[in-house]
Design a binder for this molecule. Structure first.
Ligand SMILES: Cc1cc2nc3c(=O)[nH]c(=O)nc-3n(C[C@H](O)[C@H](O)[C@H](O)COP(=O)(O)OP(=O)(O)OC[C@H]3O[C@@H](n4cnc5c(N)ncnc54)[C@H](O)[C@@H]3O)c2cc1C
Length: 372
């Protein structure tokens, strides 16, 4: 019997779920509708770094999930035939001003690499070697290169996957919807019944689940970044991503564009305004690394809303007391990395059923979802 599945939210998670629901064996039994408002989507606004291995976060489950996500992406990119403009293992360089910090990062990288072969090679780089790899930079600090690190364009990723799924069993509706108390979908035209509903509404998860009598532990955070034109570096098609100290990362795309970001604005939650303060602040970070930049090289700004849980950890799976509905939330600032694996696991559980054990990757869901 055909199973009617709805996905609410077409970001990293929703698009990946749709893709795997169209690909995994058994997909002919699914009829899938994805509803996406699109406003404020974190995935479209995101910077694009896939490099979780040197994170100092102590949350082991998060690390296992992010590692699995970074591992899945190259396979998915091959299988879905994603171009280098969408996903590419360019390598990531993490720089530090202090030799002792750099050495401890290198030790961490060597240790982590033992059970993460997807990191590729790990090497120490002098300031000159960093400049050779990213010729934009002026006197960078020395760093560690992780060759398996990657960059991804979230907007193109979701577009590519949804296009593939639409040739199979997916219909996409670009509209805002809500749930009713039975977990069905309420559109402007009426209520539509589904057998399973996956809620992947990012920063909006709390609002989406309210009609079910559920309070989700999610708060929104605004993030802004700037896009710059660095046309004179167009020939350098493959430059690694740079993660210097602090929160500002540099993502050079081979088409002569450079992304610098991002802000983390807790107080501005759902606000989607591009602000001149953020523009100035991000530009100052860019100019400190690339002195020749002038303000007119800014070609655009992006703004998106991240969703965080109280312990900064992602959570996903069937709602314990409402199993028709599955959720994914709390992906925070690393959801380009964790979103694909979460999407694949959710799609697998819809198709194959059962009670998957994801305790390696997350805590119990009732920590994050309470009855109102
Ligand atoms: C500036 C910035 C930089 C970032 N950089 C990185 C990075 O370098 N690396 C990394 O790993 N992660 C990064 N992230 C984090 C990452 O982008 C997010 O964690 C991830 O994209 C979240 O995916 P999602 O599918 O959960 O949510 P989203 O991508 O936010 O998608 C949710 C979708 O649901 C839609 N929606 C909401 N309510 C409704 C409704 N009622 N009806 C229909 N649709 C609805 C929204 O409009 C949206 O399109 C960054 C985020 C930001 C904002």
């Amino acid at each position: 019997m055909t199973q009617k599945v709805a996905i609410v939210g077409g970001g990293m998670v929703g698009a990946t779920v749709a893709y795997y629901l169209s690909k995994l064996p058994g997909n002919t039994q699914q009829e899938v509708t994805l509803y996406d408002d699109g406003t404020g989507q974190a995935t479209k606004a995101a910077a694009g770094i896939i490099s979780p291995w040197l994170s100092k976060r102590r949350n082991k489950r998060w690390y296992e999930l992010a590692k699995a996500g970074a591992d899945l992406l190259p396979q998915l990119a091959r299988e879905a035939n994603l171009s280098n403009a969408v996903y590419q293992q360019t390598g990531t360089i993490i720089t530090r001003s202090n030799d002792a910090d750099l050495e401890s990062l290198y030790q961490l990288a060597q240790n982590r690499r033992q059970d993460a072969p997807q990191m590729g090679t790990v090497s120490q780089l002098t300031s000159e070697e960093v400049s050779q790899m990213i010729p934009l930079l002026h006197q960078p600090h020395p760093g560690i290169l992780v060759s398996g690190g990657a960059r991804i364009d979230g907007a193109q990723y979701t577009e590519s996957l949804l296009k593939i799924a639409q040739t199979k069993n997916l219909k996409v509706k670009n509209e805002k919807v809500s749930l009713n108390s039975d977990g069905n979908i309420v559109t402007a035209r009426g209520t539509v019944k589904f057998d399973r509903v996956i809620v992947a509404t990012g920063g909006w998860l709390k609002q989406t689940l309210e009609p079910l009598g559920i309070e989700a532990d999610i708060r929104p955070q605004k993030g802004q970044l700037i896009e710059l034109s660095v046309k004179n570096y167009e020939d350098h098609q493959v430059m690694p991503v740079l993660m210097p100290e602090g929160e500002r990362d540099f993502i050079p795309f081979g088409n002569g564009s450079l992304i610098v970001g991002a802000t983390h604005e807790d107080e501005n939650g759902f606000n989607l305004e591009q602000t001149s303060e953020a523009k100035k602040d991000l530009f100052a970070s860019a100019k400190a690394m690339v002195p020749e930049l002038t303000i007119d090289k800014i070609t655009g700004m992006r703004v998106g809303t991240r969703g965080y849980s109280s312990d900064f950890a992602p959570f996903f799976g069937p709602v314990p007391f409402f199993r028709k509905v599955l959720v994914a939330g709390g992906l925070g600032s690393s959801g380009l990395t964790t979103g694909p694996i979460i999407g694949k696991l959710l799609a697998g559980s819809i198709i194959f059923g059962g009670e998957p054990d994801w305790s390696n990757y997350e805590k119990e869901l009732d920590i994050y979802l309470k009855r109102l």
